[in-house]
Design a protein around this ligand. Structure first.
Ligand code: 0RA
Length: 646
């Protein structure tokens, strides 16, 4: 290898480049956020982003992404191909500069290249630096060129390896397991969700996604093709597929021209939740920011003006607040910003002030037109807003009761909570347990020093279908708020969550390992997702995994969490072991529950995380909604999970 590098004749600048690459390897998190599962997947997004940029510039329409048999990833587009001619300043080919120099991006083509992202947009050289091996193949001007790299270092100068009629760029990389120590295994679902999202955000592009690691019964790879002609409009239909619309069309607009390209689509449905997803340069801005602010102000101003003029508010006794305009609203805002300033805890909050007014104006214009052209829909929307305002008044009272109890400590902790003695929240955990009897077992089995138990009675409220004041009036839900020490709502943002006084850093959902149990876990998760999203985002929510079987012979016993483990345990005991199937937590005694499910040295907890808020929203609305067929389909599709859970 060193021979080849010498041949490459590096200039002083490229030695600096190498140092840059070393820095990426020394401090990977500075470039990709983290070196866990999330960071690993960012590598793929970074490479795909480059092809998306090429497509957005109008130079390509097809991108294929594949997880290869060996676990590496290949991204290929049919664009112009990264230039391979000599880069005068660097003394090597432009391709090599792009691949091995930090921050080189594609600066030699200002026109279309590129609107840089926040978390990604760091450059493909970062992916190269963090890969044990990478190979670039360029199809350009009738020829095929290739260059390979090891941990970001070129193994040889770009070489021509053949001729071709096709155009494009192909990148294959193998993540470095000394950097990604947790795992280098890509998740099909995570990547597929992102490719779907990208196809909605960039209409007209075809993205194919293939997993070559295994074949199905027919001997075929798992594969999906994503393509959207209508972009955000279609995205809204996808997200709200399981909800009932109250207006006849998705309202949308696409302002490509102008300094700041803005795209917006929205619909109102019969639910009570507000669902707004915002993007900057294809990146989901979880924490919102100035584009969201512009959207909200445009929406409120325009609807309010219309409602005032219509006279529908005349009999209303109280003011309508901003929130009221967003109940049952599903919306997506996508803006492109040349130099985005990202702020906030997770750097997903857009800070650029100049974005507010163009978005607000565009949204206003779009809505004004729609309301004028669809007076019936306009009436339905305003009626919904009025109902929301009335319900908000009821909810406020209910919430204040929760608040008073929590903050003042007046009502104290819920009577059903068996608290722990430890005071430091970082060391405390609370088990939310289905049913009083399992609650009793958990109470006996726990380590009372740091484990608290909150039994929940039967099925908790399906918040997906309940009005907000019903949610805050529900006793089980109030118990959860009080036990956790979490409060909700401030004067300016009624949904803001205050986690400062969170009493347990681990909130563990423990339900029976059967269909009912997983339904109840889903109800609890839905509640957290809609009302305590930050709790999930900050990694506080876990799901306990009780065993399915007890395999016993003589004085030997083993627990099994699935059928394979069960059979293996049986075999280890020489076959014909006694197998007990646990139908619920109630069948375990306190000691067994501790050993298998609560003892930190032995238990497995599944941490709940949200890769994609939009995807999670779609799944929850489907699981908790009215439509049975999609729910069944989901459960069948996720049969592997169902086996663990059922
Ligand atoms: C800058 C200039 C040109 C192509 C590209 C960038 C380019 C970059 C990537 C990254 C992935 N796929 C890509 N495809 C193209 C070429 C400009 C020209 O041919 O005039």
């Amino acid at each position: 290898m060193s021979e080849e590098i010498k041949k490459n004749n590096y200039s002083a600048d490229s030695i600096q480049a190498l140092e840059g690459m070393e820095h990426v390897r020394m401090r990977p998190s500075m470039y990709i956020g983290d070196v866990g599962v999330r960071g690993l997947h960012h590598l793929v997004y970074e490479v795909v982003d480059n092809s998306i940029d090429e497509a957005m510039g109008g130079h390509c329409d097809t991108i294929s992404v594949a997880i290869n048999e060996d676990g590496s990833v290949t991204v290929e587009d049919n664009g112009r191909g990264i230039p391979v001619d000599l880069h005068k300043k660097e003394g090597v080919s432009a391709l090599e500069v792009v691949m091995t120099k930090i921050g080189a991006g594609g600066k030699f083509d200002k026109d279309s290249y590129k609107v840089s992202g926040g978390l990604h947009g760091v450059g493909v050289s970062v992916v190269n630096a963090l890969s044990v091996h990478m190979k670039s193949t360029v199809f350009r001007e009738g020829k095929i060129y290739e260059q390979e790299y090891e941990r970001g270092k070129a193994l040889y100068p770009v070489k021509q390896i053949g001729e071709t009629e096709k155009r494009g760029t192909r990148q294959t990389f193998f993540p470095d397991d000394t950097i990604f120590q947790q795992t280098t295994e890509f998740s099909y679902d995570t990547l597929s969700a992102r490719m779907r999202e990208l196809s909605f955000l960039n209409k007209g592009i075809t993205i194919t996604f293939t997993d070559k690691r295994e074949v199905d019964e027919k001997g075929e790879f798992k594969s999906e093709v994503f393509h959207s002609d209508e972009g955000l409009k279609e995205y809204i239909r996808y997200l709200d597929g399981n909800r009932e619309p109250i207006i006849s069309h998705v309202i949308s607009m696409d302002h490509e021209k102008g300094e700041i390209p803005v795209e917006v689509a929205l619909i109102y449905n019969t639910s009570y939740t507000e669902n707004i997803f915002s993007y900057v340069n294809n990146i989901n801005t979880h924490e919102g920011g100035t584009h969201l602010q512009g959207f909200r102000s445009g929406l409120t101003r325009t609807l309010k003006k219309y409602a005032d003029a219509s006279g529908m508010l005349d009999k209303l006794k109280f003011e309508i607040s901003g929130d009221d305009f967003r109940e049952g609203l599903t919306a997506i805002i996508s803006v492109k910003v040349a130099e985005p300033q990202f702020e906030g805890q997770t750097k997903t909050k857009l800070g650029n002030r100049e974005v507010v007014s163009p978005v607000s104006q565009a949204v206003g214009e779009m809505l004004e037109n729609y309301l004028e052209e669809n007076p019936n829909d306009a009436k339905v929307i305003i009626q919904k807003v009025i109902l929301a305002a009335q319900a908000r008044h009821a909810a406020k009272k209910a919430r204040e009761m929760v608040q008073r109890k929590t903050v003042m400590g007046g009502g104290g902790l819920p009577g059903k909570l068996s608290d722990c003695s430890e005071q430091d929240p970082a060391r405390c955990e609370v088990y939310l347990v289905e049913g009083d009897s399992a609650g009793g077992t958990a109470k006996q089995g726990r380590d009372r020093n740091f484990q608290a138990i909150l039994p929940l009675r039967g099925k908790i409220l399906n918040v997906e279908k309940a009005m907000h004041h019903k949610v805050f009036e529900n006793e089980e839900i109030r118990n959860i708020f009080t036990a956790l020490g979490v409060t909700v709502g401030t004067a300016e943002d009624s949904k803001a969550l205050n986690l400062e006084k969170l009493r347990y850093h681990k909130v563990i959902i423990m339900c029976d390992a059967d269909v009912d149990g997983s339904h109840i876990s889903t109800l609890i998760l839905t509640f957290f997702f809609r009302f305590m999203k930050e709790l999930i985002e900050e990694g506080h929510v876990y799901i306990a995994a009780p065993p399915l079987y007890l395999v016993k012979k003589g004085n030997k016993k083993e627990y099994a969490w699935n059928d394979v483990q069960r059979d293996q345990a049986n075999e280890r005991m020489g076959g014909s072991a006694n197998i007990q199937r646990y139908k619920g937590l109630g069948e375990m005694n306190a000691e067994q529950l501790w050993e298998t499910t609560m003892d930190p040295n032995f238990r497995t907890l599944r941490q709940v995380n949200i890769d994609s808020l939009a995807e999670a929203d779609q799944v929850f609305s489907m699981l908790m909604g009215d439509e049975v067929p999609p729910r069944r389909e989901f459960i069948e599709k996720n049969a592997v999970y169902a086996n663990i859970d059922a």
